[in-house]
Ligand binder design. Structure first.
Ligand SMILES: NC(=O)c1ccc[n+]([C@@H]2O[C@H](COP(=O)([O-])OP(=O)(O)OC[C@H]3O[C@@H](n4cnc5c(N)ncnc54)[C@H](OP(=O)(O)O)[C@@H]3O)[C@@H](O)[C@H]2O)c1
Length: 336
């Protein structure tokens, strides 16, 4: 394989895409950013992507046949797909953006011997009621059928500069009250990882040749519940937050209301993903990076020191304090 690659990063203006673009450029590859609109290189984001980057108009929902992709990928060595939508828009359905568009891309890549990397997500299930989740799983399956060599990366939740959801979680962590769902969601654990680590790993995978596993689960170093994660994100100088555990039914209604009014970043898809563990079966990130993934946040845990999973009640608006000097074992599953 060539030492300097031409890499088309679809969704290269997005959260994951920008970190991947920065990492690819950092090691000298030539990057082309695929975007729905070529004049929209986001400015003023904490992650600086050079505004002089070459842009290419790519609308996945309109590229549903392999032939549609051929002119777009002719001059590239690798295609990295970081595209995803949380909510459907006119003309842009989950099916076209997450499934049929990527499937056509995979057929085109297989036909023209281009390397394809695809960013999916952990926790997808065909049993999910969320069409968002099911469409992403269908996309994975279609990619495997069309291009067995395609590398599918499934990260857990991401933290990092420039992420819409990540920014919300960082902001929520600063609130004096942390609202978390009850029921199974209270115990579900995830392995948050740094978007910068993910970008670096994707850049490494662009050059890694055949023989690598084709489906890679990625997670950070810790396994955390949502309430633990919020306290990890909370700056230490703010002290401990109060915890409010809302019943599962209320969390679900909230997710539908957010979907109805297109209020991000919460959705029914998030509700379902947060209802069960979102952990890698085997975490491939350390092997791809050649080092341990960085830990997210540095604050001591605040509201994970409780002894039971309480259901919502006004009296829960009482801070649970970690005694000074106490050691909080973030890895002890279902200890709270
Ligand atoms: N963020 C996380 O914590 C996380 C965790 C695990 C998995 N993921 C998955 O990773 C993927 C990317 O997530 P992200 O956080 O980077 O999202 P993001 O910041 O919203 O970026 C998504 C990108 O997709 C592009 N896009 C959307 N619709 C498109 C279309 N119809 N045609 C072409 N491009 C389109 C957008 O590009 P333009 O606006 O420039 O057109 C946007 O830059 C998603 O599939 C998501 O499910 C995310």
């Amino acid at each position: 394989m060539k030492s300097v690659l031409n890499v088309l990063v679809l969704g290269g203006n997005g959260f994951i895409g920008r970190h991947a673009v920065a990492a690819l450029r950092g090691v000298g590859h030539r990057v082309i950013v695929g975007s729905r609109t070529t004049g929209s290189n986001r400015q003023g984001t904490p992650l600086d992507v050079n505004p002089a980057l070459e842009m290419r108009q790519v609308r996945l929902h309109q590229l549903l046949e392999a032939e549609d992709w051929m002119p777009l990928i002719r001059d590239v060595d690798v295609v990295l797909n970081c595209v995803g939508i949380l909510r459907e828009r006119p003309g842009e359905s989950y099916d076209t953006v997450h499934h049929r568009g990527p499937a056509a891309l995979a057929r085109a890549c297989a036909r023209s011997d281009k390397r394809l990397l695809h960013v999916s997500a952990l926790g997808l299930s065909s049993q999910a009621r969320s069409r968002f989740i099911r469409s992403k799983l269908q996309g994975e399956q279609a990619l495997r059928d069309a291009a067995p060599d395609c590398v599918i990366v499934r990260p857990s939740l991401l933290d990092g500069d420039g992420g819409f959801g990540a920014g919300w979680l960082r902001a929520l962590a600063r609130f004096p009250v942390h609202v978390v769902p009850g029921g199974p969601g209270a115990h579900a654990r995830m392995a948050p990882l740094s978007a910068r680590d993910l970008g670096e790993a994707l850049a490494r995978l662009c050059v890694r040749s055949h023989g690598s596993p084709t489906t890679l689960d990625f997670g950070g170093p810790a396994s955390l519940s949502m309430r633990e994660y919020l306290s990890v994100l909370r700056p230490a100088r703010l002290g401990q937050a109060w915890c409010l555990v809302v019943p599962r039914w209320l969390a679900r209604i909230g997710s539908h209301v957010c979907d109805l009014f297109h209020w991000s970043p919460y959705s029914f898809g998030h509700f379902e993903l947060m209802s069960k563990d979102n952990l890698p079966k085997v975490n491939a990130l350390p092997a791809v990076l050649g080092r341990a993934p960085v830990a997210i946040g540095a604050a001591p845990s605040a509201c994970d020191a409780g002894t039971g999973t309480a259901q919502w009640h006004p009296s829960l608006l009482a801070a649970k304090k970690t005694p000074p000097g106490a050691v909080v074992n973030r890895r002890s599953p279902r200890a709270v």
